[in-house]
Design a binder for this molecule. Structure first.
Ligand code: NZQ
Ligand code: ZN
Length: 386
């Protein structure tokens, strides 16, 4: 196992009715900015639950954060935070709203002139305005980690930021919120969480047995709940499993002591920036090609995953590795998630070249667990995904 430090300060309140405890978690005398998305919370009862729980607090609202949280929209919320002297932020939404609030948390205390520099110059956040979350969509794990991904339409960029100052103070996870999520978003959540585990597992054997088994158990549970949650999102038992899997997939625990890949996410973010394809779907497009391209360096872990997660018993290490990639593709397809770029856009002939240039420009010379995938390799992987 590699050396590691682990600290995750986010308090989780999990279960039925936990939203009512908001008033105990928000600091007394806080002036709150409640941030939400396009309005789903107004039709599924979550908005009323939050308002009721916080009726004794001074609270201003900011709605309209879009999926793939947009910089220009967030700047309007930043104005309000400064003008109104907000002291606490509350995100009520999925990964996009939570990520948007993380950006606001950092930008509110940022001393520079242009908050975009936090993303463009990879400035880590050690102190942010405190915030909590009410999660409405299990997928990203943003509710219990310190990362955020922000989009900027004007420049077709989607960049990540983070730092120890960006953990939520608390996150409320009530699996009952899942019943109003459209099937397409549930499929996205399953695919995103599954790929988060893959990014931290599908590298090379390092002797981290427990970490491997944590990762495998999250994937096995996601595979088991997937058909059930797709058909009945109101099943509380299944919804609970789904929600906790998504949080555990990216709260830092399974990344400790093991190498991380994260190349699929780096390439996927480019596809969202260029074409607006949902985050999870970009991962399903890239993952199979990424694993085929890197089969030599990843074959041991791919074969272990084939055996332990997909019960593949026969064949050589290489044959099992190939079988694992097919099983992963079939899993995504079973959720009605397409795995080829050409199934999302007809405008793909120069995508590989554009992404190669973007990576060169940003100085991303080596990605993946060995930091040896060059922009030219990235181009080939993207082109294999057409
Ligand atoms: O905006 P509203 O009206 O609320 O509707 C949302 C949105 O349209 C809807 N929704 C959410 N909860 C619902 C609901 N509809 C009905 N009932 C509910 N209970 O779902 C749509 C998608 O929401 P969004 O927040 O965009 O989805 P997700 O949670 O998948 O977040 C995706 C974003 O997170 C980033 C992605 O890149 C993307 O920008 N990620 C963040 C990560 C992190 N911070 O650690 C890691 C991930 O890898 C990812 O990159
Ligand atoms: Zn993701």
């Amino acid at each position: 196992m590699l050396n590691f430090e682990f600290k995750n300060p986010t308090k989780i309140l999990f279960g039925k009715g936990e939203i009512a405890k908001l008033s105990q978690e928000v600091p007394k005398n806080a002036k709150i900015l409640m941030v939400y998305g396009g309005g789903s919370i107004k039709t599924n009862g979550i908005y009323e639950q939050v308002k009721t729980a916080l009726k004794d607090f001074e609270m201003i609202e900011f709605g309209g954060v879009p999926a793939n949280p947009e910089y220009s929209v967030l700047l309007k919320a930043l104005d309000i935070i400064k003008k109104e002297k907000i002291t606490f932020l509350l995100a009520v939404g999925g990964g996009s709203v939570i990520d948007g609030v993380k950006f606001l948390s950092s930008a509110a205390l940022y001393k520079g002139a242009e908050p975009w520099d936090i993303l463009a110059n990879s400035i880590r956040t050690y102190e942010g305005l405190p915030f909590g979350t009410v999660l409405t969509l299990p997928a990203t794990g943003s509710e219990m980690n310190s990362s955020s991904v922000i989009s900027r339409k004007e420049t077709k960029q989607k960049l990540a930021m983070g730092g120890p100052g960006l953990f939520p103070v608390f996150s409320i996870l009530d699996p009952q919120v899942i019943k109003s999520i459209p099937q397409k978003q549930i499929a996205n959540g399953l695919t995103d969480a599954f790929t988060h585990v893959l990014e931290q597992y599908m590298t090379y054997p390092i002797g981290a047995w427990l970490q491997d088994r944590f990762a495998e158990s999250i994937m096995q549970t996601l595979i088991e709940v997937a058909p059930k949650i797709m058909t009945d999102p109101s099943d509380y038992t299944i919804a609970s499993e789904f929600m906790w899997c998504c949080t555990m997939a990216l709260n830092g625990l399974i990344q400790k002591g093991v190498p991380g890949d994260w190349a699929i996410h780096s390439m996927g973010h480019e596809l969202t920036a260029l074409y607006g394809i949902d985050h999870a779907r970009t991962l399903a497009i890239i993952a199979p090609s990424h694993y085929r391209y890197n089969i030599e360096s990843k074959k041991e872990k791919l074969a272990q995953y084939a055996e332990r997660v997909w019960n593949v018993k026969n064949g050589s290490t290489l044959e099992k590795a190939h079988e694992a990639i097919l099983k992963t593709e079939e899993f995504f397809n079973s959720l009605d998630i397409k795995t080829k770029l050409s199934e999302y856009t007809t405008d793909f002939s120069s995508t590989g070249k554009i992404i190669e240039e973007n990576f060169n420009q940003r100085g991303l010379k080596g990605i993946g667990e060995h930091r040896n995938l060059t922009p030219a390799d990235v181009r080939q992987i993207v082109e294999m995904s057409f």
